[in-house]
Design a protein. Structure first.
Length: 125
């Protein structure tokens, strides 16, 4: 039986959807994680703009570089409060990325949890 045209996705459409994470944003369980990451990035951008006087692009750049633990060193905080904020972002960056990657794995890869595995049969004993 042929699938209705509505449910079919062309390879290019699917590739663009995957690249833009649209499939993840449509998932109800993954959406809060993306909102949380977006809020953390936006809040950090605003705080560094306010505390350090950097423009928004530089603040966003610093937040992303810090959260991903790249740390180029081309920007560095100068005030005690922004240094404390950087410590918070650096320590939480790994956890935030792990949560984000786990959601990507959960949505894009088939379930491999123990619950979905068939139980071993007792005939093999």
């Amino acid at each position: 039986m042929e699938k209705p045209k509505r449910q079919r996705k062309r390879p290019v459409t699917r590739m663009i959807s995957n690249f833009l994470f649209l499939d993840l944003l449509m998932d109800k369980k993954a959406r809060p994680v993306f909102v949380y990451v977006g809020v953390i990035i936006a809040l950090g951008t605003l705080l560094y703009h306010w505390l350090e006087g950097w423009n928004y692009l530089d603040s966003l750049y610093f937040v992303v570089v810090t959260l991903t633990t790249i740390g180029y060193g081309d920007f560095s905080p100068t005030t005690p409060l922004s240094k404390f904020l950087t410590i918070f972002y650096g320590l939480n960056g790994v956890a935030i990325l792990l949560i984000l990657f786990d959601e990507i794995r959960r949505v894009r890869l088939p379930s491999r949890s123990l619950e979905s595995q068939p139980e071993p049969s007792s005939d093999s004993q």
